[in-house]
Ligand binder design. Structure first.
Ligand SMILES: Cc1cc2nc3c(=O)[nH]c(=O)nc-3n(C[C@H](O)[C@H](O)[C@H](O)COP(=O)(O)O)c2cc1C
Length: 196
């Protein structure tokens, strides 16, 4: 039975993937700029929060520039071990300052340091020893609580379309493709089946 709430289905599929996938929260995030030029990269999502998909990032990064120019995004997860593929699309909003603080504190120390000392995707001289720079800062900060740098923020994707695609094999049918699309219309989700 397919639930009428796509977040419920996302959570059920995610729970299943968690058992066998190493990084089930890593999805490919697509953005585009004002000219429509597309760009995609893998990102760590902080699961579902308030009916939205949350990620942290550097607010001065190219993806943040894209999202300022065109506040829409798409994300896709492929969990090969369970044959499940999910696509989510919708407008984005910035997380609150409190949420950005919480996201920063959730990060492993190495990433906190990385966000503190580098402007993500900025150009560095070819001979920059990134590992050395990181180690100096790791020594410097030790275990002390780090303040979120101003450039560290986050976004929420508020889905308007969520597609679920399950590919599996049975003895009788060999390959089965089950593809469902949830579209948000007037605050309600409409569910349809899609051709594979
Ligand atoms: C597995 C994995 C997870 C990542 N998670 C994040 C993340 O949560 N936030 C982030 O800003 N970059 C993350 N990155 C780095 C991005 O893929 C990307 O290189 C970076 O955000 C710069 O993207 P941009 O130049 O398009 O802004 C991750 C990379 C990998 C390989």
């Amino acid at each position: 039975m397919i639930p009428s709430d796509p977040f419920q289905l996302w959570s059920a599929w995610f729970k299943e993937a968690q058992a066998t996938e190493q990084t089930p929260l890593v999805g490919a995030l697509a953005t585009s700029n004002a000219q429509g030029y597309p760009s995609v990269r893998f990102m760590h999502f902080h699961a579902i929060d308030d009916q939205s998909f949350v990620f942290h990032t550097d607010m001065s990064s190219p993806k943040s520039a894209d999202l300022t120019q065109n506040p829409q995004a798409a994300v896709t997860w492929w969990w090969a071990s369970v044959g499940k593929h999910i696509r989510v699309e919708g407008p984005v909003s910035l997380v609150s300052q409190e949420k950005a603080d919480a996201l920063f504190q959730e990060l492993p120390r190495r990433l906190q340091i990385m966000m503190t000392i580098f402007a993500q995707s900025s150009e560095l001289p070819l001979d920059t020893d990134v590992a050395k720079l990181m180690n100096i800062e790791i020594e410097k900060y030790g275990d002390s609580l780090m303040q979120r740098p101003n450039n560290c923020g986050g976004y929420r994707i508020h889905p308007e379309r969520m597609e679920f695609f399950h590919v599996y094999e049975t003895e009788v049918q060999k390959i089965v493709n089950n593809r469902f699309l949830y579209c948000k219309k007037n605050e309600a989700w409409q569910l349809t089946r899609l051709a594979p």
